[in-house]
Write a protein that binds this ligand. Structure first.
Ligand SMILES: Cc1ncc(COP(=O)(O)O)c(C=O)c1O
Length: 394
């Protein structure tokens, strides 16, 4: 039975778009070497600071998130430097790939997929195998749905003047409480197609004073992703090269919406959706892949024994137009991933769980219809009661 079916993204990037910001972006003619655009850039950078929760410089590039990740490597390091990479999934491995591409020796501290990084292990490595020029990690590992304790890591790195901490928060921003200035997160990386409710095409990097000192000394080659050059130009409201003008208009629109909504509310929303998804999965007899330290950004769910996660994804997509993500690499077929990044609400949660129940039923699993939805509803009520009590106490 397939009549009208709306396509809906539940993928961890691209994510659902904020329509009003999107419309403004595609209906505005704009040249980048004008006062109008300079004003827009200055305001957008200020809004980005609010979104990142920082007073540090925030740079803006026309690229996907990996561009800013590469920029962090090429701007902070010199030939012969050693770095520590904390890895527990596909995106942690990306730091290793980048280090290799630039001939940088990376010492890795690894956790199995589905587990968070072990901060004691990292401390031991910092103490025994250093010094390191930088530590590279994720705030949330999107491939497994795990959140890493970057606050504790920040405290460990802060006391080492020769080491900077680089956090890929591409799916951490807008879903996870991050305090870069307090915690010592020297470089924080973001990307536009995540909790910022807009298309791919922009990457962001916040840079602390400690990191700027490292940039001054760093000698790896760089051209497009030149942090110092970008900072100089942004101070004038300009970018070094032709900016993605319509995406900057879009970004200004979504960040204004997020500021008006409240960053804490955006994060609380993601936390509620993630909790609801986990509780629903459990009620349906499935295990969240991340048993400890699950991320708010995305929930990875293990497919039932003997069932390929791809079959669930295909069923949901073909019957209902809802797109959830498969596992990546070795996790393909074993897990499916549901995003809570940005423009998702409780209706999305209830609806997705309802179609998941139907998909599982069609695939031959015995499902008590409504049991997952009920768990999601109860989770919603619990979170809304807690938010109300917190509001009354404040
Ligand atoms: C944590 C994390 N890091 C890096 C990336 C890569 O970003 P991009 O595909 O925008 O280059 C992603 C994309 O999903 C991600 O989730």
């Amino acid at each position: 039975m397939r009549g009208i079916v709306k396509e809906r993204l539940f993928t961890p990037g691209p994510t659902p778009l904020l329509f009003e910001a999107q419309v403004k972006a595609v209906t505005r003619d704009l040249h980048h070497r004008t006062e109008d655009f300079r004003k827009l850039v200055r305001e957008t950078v200020e809004l980005l600071r609010g979104y990142f929760n920082t007073k540090n410089d925030v740079l803006l590039f026309a690229s996907s998130g990996t561009g800013a990740m590469e920029g962090a490597v090429s701007n902070l390091l010199s030939p012969g430097d050693r770095i520590l990479v904390g890895t527990a999934g596909k995106f942690g491995e990306r730091w290793l790939g980048l280090a290799q591409a630039y001939g940088i020796e990376a010492v890795k501290v690894e956790s199995p997929y589905g587990k968070p990084l072990d901060m004691d292990e990292i401390k031991k490595c910092l103490d025994r195998s250093g010094p390191f020029r930088a530590v590279f990690v994720q705030a949330t590992e999107t491939s497994t749905g795990v959140s890493h304790d970057v606050k504790t890591l920040g405290a460990l790195v802060k006391e080492r003047p020769e080491t900077v901490l680089v956090v890929d928060a591409i799916t951490g921003l807008g879903t996870t409480v991050l305090r870069p200035d307090e915690w010592g997160l020297d470089v924080v990386i973001g990307g536009s197609q995540k909790a910022t409710m807009m298309p791919p095409g922009l990457s962001f990097a916040s840079v602390s004073e400690k990191a700027w000192k490292a940039v001054e000394k760093a000698k790896l080659p760089r051209y497009y992703f030149d942090f110092a050059k970008e900072r100089k130009n942004l101070a004038k409201g300009e970018t070094s090269y032709t900016p993605a003008t319509s995406l900057v208009v879009n970004l200004h629109g979504v960040l204004t919406y997020i500021r008006e909504t409240g960053l804490e509310r955006l994060i609380a929303n993601a936390a509620m959706l993630a909790d609801g998804t986990r509780q629903a999965a459990r009620a349906l007899g499935m295990k969240p892949f991340a048993e400890s330290s699950p991320a708010n950004a995305v929930t990875a769910i293990c497919a039932p024994e003997g069932m390929d996660s791809g079959a669930i994804i295909k069923e949901i997509r073909s019957q209902f137009g809802a797109i959830v993500a498969n596992g990546q690499g070795t996790m393909k077929g074993k897990i499916f991933r549901v995003a809570h990044l940005g423009y998702f609400d409780a209706v999305d949660l209830f609806a997705l769980i309802a179609v998941l129940e139907i998909a599982l039923t069609k695939l031959g699993r015995k499902v008590d219809l409504g049991s997952g939805v009920r768990a999601a509803q109860e989770t919603y009520l619990k979170h809304s009661d807690e938010a109300q009590r917190a509001g009354e106490a404040a």
